[in-house]
Design a protein around this ligand. Structure first.
Ligand code: NDP
Length: 286
């Protein structure tokens, strides 16, 4: 079977074009422009790359952006003060605190400190609650799971009625992905590290989504012929970045697959732009 490679890079480019068109209309009409504020604490190299990529994406579409870089020994009080300032700043529509935070800083408290209507990562309990109730229009949905749905839909892959098997149950990816897929009328199975026979589950998938963070978690003998495979995993190896799926092995057996890099990653950033626009529309009552 020929495997279609689903390019997140290409679709993200298309979405940036759409966002850029929206921003241009605002600029031409002299309106305030949407703004994303990113807070980076410490010097984690991977986080620095992610923040740079997010800023570049804002730049490309004409969104205003500001990065606040804080030293690794920043205290909780200092960080919460910065977030409070951004919460109150009417020029800021979206706030993103880059995770992971250095040891000693409580990520849960930080996530809940971001104003719910500026929470473009969708980490706030109120947003998570709305997502679990299916109130997607009112909520900020986490960018990665939303990016996966967009990637499938805009590549003409039907979700309704399909059996979607998700490997991973994190609050960031697996759980919200399951809720999104349910709302798309899929039948959903969620697997995790305590699933006794992972392969028995993954072989049932019409659409398999792996969000584990371990190289070669998914092999060709774990998928059924014609399955669509979405690889969310990002794993750093001496040969660069790879996903959770043994890509070469699954080629020819899957009907479609996302590559790593160039699959879900660029879509995550594209969805961040969309969430920032959503926050802007909310603030401007558009
Ligand atoms: P977490 O570590 O929070 O969650 C990993 C999940 O995988 C857990 O639910 C865990 O189970 C499960 N798991 C671990 N080992 C196994 C196993 N052997 N078999 C089955 N399930 C297993 O990670 P995240 O959800 O935050 O991220 C997952 C991956 O996605 C990472 O590689 C991350 O870098 C990547 N990622 C990529 C993004 C992108 O834009 N492309 C964005 C966000 C994340 P349990 O709950 O039992 O521990």
């Amino acid at each position: 079977m020929e495997t279609t490679i689903i390019s997140g890079t290409q679709l993200a480019k298309q979405i940036r074009k759409e966002v850029r068109a929206e921003v241009s209309v605002l600029a031409e009409s002299g309106k305030r422009l949407p703004k994303l504020a990113v807070v980076l604490v410490g010097e984690d190299p991977a986080s620095q790359v992610y923040v740079r990529n997010k800023n570049n994406a804002c730049e490309k579409v004409g969104l205003l952006h500001e990065t606040i870089v804080l030293p690794g020994d920043t205290s909780m009080d200092q960080l919460l003060d910065v977030i409070d300032g951004l919460n109150k700043d009417e020029a800021v529509d979206g706030i993103l605190v880059q995770m992971p935070l250095p040891n000693g800083l409580n990520e849960e408290i930080v996530k809940q400190a971001v104003r719910v209507d500026k929470d473009v990562d969708g980490f706030h309990v109120e947003n998570a609650g709305k997502v679990s109730l299916g109130k997607f229009d009112e909520a900020f949905v986490p960018c990665t799971p939303m990016g996966v749905v967009e990637l499938l839909k805009r590549n003409g892959i039907e979700i309704a009625g399909k059996h979607v098997v998700i490997v991973g149950r994190s609050n960031l990816v697996g759980k919200p992905e399951a809720l999104l897929m349910l709302s798309e009328d899929a039948t959903v199975t969620v697997c995790h590290s305590k699933t006794p026979d992972l392969s028995a589950m993954t072989k049932q998938a019409d659409i398999l989504i792996s969000a584990v963070g371990r190289k070669h978690t998914i092999h060709a003998d774990m998928i059924k012929e014609g399955c669509v495979v979405v690889d969310v995993g990002i794993n750093r190896t001496e040969n660069g970045i790879c996903g959770d799926v043994d890509f070469d092995e699954c080629l020819g057996k899957a009907s479609a697959m996302t590559p790593v890099p160039g699959g879900v990653g660029p879509m995550t950033i594209a969805m961040l732009l969309k969430n920032t626009m959503k926050a802007y529309r909310l603030h401007e009552k558009l």
